[in-house]
Design a protein. Sequence first.
Length: 132
Amino acid sequence: CGQGEAAPRRRAQIMTDLDDLITRLEAAPEGSRELDAEIGRRHLAAHPTNLAFCELEGFAHYTTSLDAALTLVGEEFNWKVEKFAGSNLAQASVTRLNGYDYRTTFFSLDTEFVARPPALALCIAALKARRT
């Protein structure tokens, strides 16, 4: 009986933690190793051996490298990072293969809009898509 009740609470705590991480990422003007470590701990939590190795060796540069950010996307998602012609506006988006749960994070290549590196924007979109 008690175990059945614990699972929803545990899922709610995980979602709250993920929401807090997304909020921190959205507020960040640029990527950082601190944010990379937070993402890495969350991403590798289900794989204790990999997590222990990364704690020692350092996490991937999720927030500053598109290649690293792509490891957060997962096989069940489509993704794209694009710049709009004639402007400095761009977007990173992640969509489930079924077309639902579309998550887009806008960013800019200058400071007139939300200045954010493409890798950081892709991290935000990927984590938002995984949240659903």
